[in-house]
Write a protein that binds this ligand. Sequence first.
Ligand code: SF4
Length: 697
Amino acid sequence: MPTETRTTCPYCGVGCGVIATVAEDGAVSVKGDLDHPANFGRLCSKGSALAETLGLEGRALHPQIGDRSTDWDEALDLVAARFSETIATHGPDAVAFYVSGQLLTEDYYVANKLMKGFIGSANIDTNSRLCMSSSVAGHRRAFGADTVPGTYEDLELADLVILTGSNLAWCHPVIYQRIVAAKERRPEMKVVVIDPRRTATCDIADLHLALRPDGDLALFNGLLAHLADVGAVHCEYVANHTSGFPQALEAARGLSPDGVANATGLRRPEIAAFYDLFAATQKVVTCYSQGVNQSSIGTDKVNAILNCHLATGRIGRPGMGPFSLTGQPNAMGGREVGGLANMLAAHMALESAEDRDRVQRFWGSATVASKPGLKAVDMFDAVADGRIKALWIMSTNPVVSMPDADRVRAAIEACPFVVVSDIQADTDTARLADVLLPATGWGEKSGTVTNSERRISRQRPFIATPGAARPDWWQLAQIGRRMGFDGFDFTAPAEIFAEHAALSAFENDGTRDFDIGAHATIDAATYDALGPFQWPQREGTPQTESRFFANGGFYHADGKARLVPVSAPVPARTSSDYPLILNTGRIRDQWHTMTRTGKSARLSAHMAEPFVEIHPDDAAKLEIRDADLVALESPWGRAVLRALVTNRQQRGSLFAPMHWTGEFSNAGRIDALVAPVTDPHSGQPASKHVAVRASRH
Ligand code: SF4
C-alpha cells in the first residue's frame, strides 16, 4: 500500500504543508496539504518538484577526513579533540559555528546550547544573518522583542497590501497566490509594490513605485510626516502604548516633500497617491523582505515602516500590521533558539545578566557566553586573520553565498581546522573541509520549523536514510558528549523539542513573547502527531489570540513600543570607476546555491544559466546586445554572465541572481562582487546595492 506522510516544504519561509506519498515501488510524489493553514493545498513550482530532488547524486554518504572515508567514531573523536585543543590553547572565542536557516529547530537548539552554554562563546551565527537580521534588530528596537505581530490571513483581510523590497511572486509564491485570490474575491483591495525593478509581483500592483535603491527609508519617513499633517495619527494609541513619537516625527520631517522625491527618485504625484491611499485606509498590511533588510540602513528602514504602523495604531488587528517575510524555511526557528550571535535562547537577551543566569541554571552549565559573538561577515574576517582557528559550517555554502565570497573562500582554505556538515559532498564549501560529516536531508530527517507567521510545523521522514548520514542534532550532541559536557544525552528530536519548550516557559511570567510551554512535557507519540500551531502556546492557557499588540503589551519594561527616529541619507556608492548599481536576488525556480533544486531538470529549464538584467539605454551605451556575455567587476570580485536587456530594469542599475556557484569557473558566482558592507545594528550585508562596472566579454 502507498504511504502518505504529512511534512513541510524545505524551501522558503512560507512554510507550506506537503503530503509525500511513497508508492509500493518506492516512487515518491508530493502534493500540497489541504489542511495546512499556510497553504491550504497550494504549492509553487519549487514545492511541486520536491520529489525530483531526492536522488543521491553527489550526496555525502560517509564521514570523510580529507579524501579518506572513515567511520563516525574516528571523525567525531577528531572533531571533538581539535575543538577541545583549540579552546584549551586559545580560548573559547577561537572556535565558531556558522549554521543555517535550513537546519531544523532541534538541530539549531543543540548547536546554540553547545556553543553558548558549554563552550562559553557566542561565536555561532547563521546564514539568516544575510536574510532577516535587520528585521530582528528593528523588531527588538520597536517592540522590545523579535515578535512578528500578524498572520498570513491579515494579507487577505487587508484593504491595502504594500509589498516593499519583495518580489513575492517569485520568492514567496504561495503567499502571492493567496493575495491574488483575495484580490479576485475583493477587487477593491489595493496593492502597492515598492521596488526599483518591475518584477512579476507588479502584475497585481495598482501602483508600482520604482524608487531608487535604498530610497525606502525616505519614502516611509515622508509617509510618517504626511500622516501627521493630515491628522491620520491614532493619538490615543500613540499616547497609551508608545513613546518616541515626537522625536521620530521630527526626524521624518527632516526631508521636505521635494527632498523625499529627490531621495526616492519618484515623482511627487505618485508619492502623493501612495500617501493618500495609506492615510485613507484602515486595514493596511506592509510586507517587507530582502529589499528592505539587505541594506546598510536596513534596520532603520524596518523602523521607518514600523513607525507608520505604530503611529496609526494599525498593528495586531485583523488586516493590519507590518509583516516581515522571512526568506528561509527556518529562519524563525533559528531566532527562537537564539541562533544569532547576539541573541540568547528562547528570545532571551544575551546582554541581560538576569537572562544569562536563567539560561545557565536551566542548562546546568558552568558558563554561558557573556558577550555577543561575531556576526557572519565579522566571523569570516576573524577566520581570515587567524582569530578563529576551528570552524564548523552546517547546512550552508558560504563560499558561494557570503559577500566578498573570494575572500571567504581564501579564509576557509587557510583556516587550520574546518568541519562541514552537509547532505552534498561536492559543494564549493564542502570541498574545503578537513572533516566532512554527512547529514540527513529533507524526507529523511525529523523535527520542526517555524514559518513567517510564527507557525511551527513538523518535518517528518518518509524515505530511508542513505549511507551513514546522520541528523545534525545527533552530530552536535555527539560532539558535546565527546568534549565532556553534560546535557547532550538526546536520543530523539522529541526530547530536544520538549527541552526547548520547557526553556521558553522557564521563569516566564508573560514578560517574554516566545513561550511554547504547553509542549514542555511532550512525549514521542504526541510529537509525532503534532499538527501546525502558532506560538505562543503557554502552559495552561489555551491560545486565544494569534496576533500581538492591538492593545499595546509591548516587551519593553514599560510595556510601550518605541518609535525610533531614523534619518539616514541614501547611501552613495557609485563612482566614475564603478558607475552602476548591482542588485542581487532570487529567481522563481531555484533555491540558494542550487544543491537541491539543481537536481530537477524541470526547475533548471526556467532560467538555465546565470544572467544580468540591464536597461536598453545602458546596454546601448556599453555596446552590449541581448545574450552577449558580460563581465561585471566590483572592487571585490568579478563574474561573467549572459546579458538580458530589459526595461524591467532602471537605468543605471543591474540585477543578477545569487544561485550559481563556481563549479565550472567563477562565471555566475555573483557574491564574489558583493561588498562586505553591513548594517551597523544588524550586521546584515547590503547585497542589493553594490557599485560595479560592466563590459562586453
Ligand atoms: Fe515551498 Fe515556499 Fe513554494 Fe511554499 S511557497 S511550496 S514553502 S517554496
